[in-house]
Ligand binder design. Structure first.
Ligand SMILES: [Zn+2]
Length: 120
């Protein structure tokens, strides 16, 4: 297991927080175009910083990709499930081999939540 770079972790945490803010807004139905644009701009900035950091400090292109970036959640349920599955994976301490379990759990959670939202 390669040691994680603290700076990389900071950037990843920042992106994750932006993604969470966006998801929360979307869940509450408060994701306006202006809010989405602002968050996208912030993400863009952090991503650029991360790319620069990784290119100069690690000599490779970012490990972190659009996977953790926010993508129109309302148009992309699968992406939300993917993100949630990734969160579950991280919560388990990044243990490999249980991807399908994570996916199914994430799918169940998000489907249940969406059903609730639709009924409300
Ligand atoms: Zn780093």
């Amino acid at each position: 297991m390669p040691e994680r770079c603290k700076q990389c972790e900071r950037y990843e945490k920042g992106l994750k927080e932006l993604h969470e803010r966006r998801t929360n807004l979307w869940r509450r139905g408060e994701l306006t175009d202006a809010a989405a644009e602002k968050l996208a701009a912030e993400e863009q900035r952090v991503t650029e910083d991360l790319k620069k950091h990784q290119a100069t400090q690690h000599g490779h292109s970012p490990v972190l990709t659009a996977k953790t970036l926010a993508i129109e959640p309302s148009q992309n349920l699968e992406e939300e499930i993917r993100c949630r599955a990734h969160e579950l994976y991280e919560e388990r301490g990044r243990e490999d081999g249980l991807d399908l379990d994570d996916w199914l759990r994430a799918e169940a959670e998000i489907t249940a939540k969406n059903a609730k939202t639709a009924a409300a």
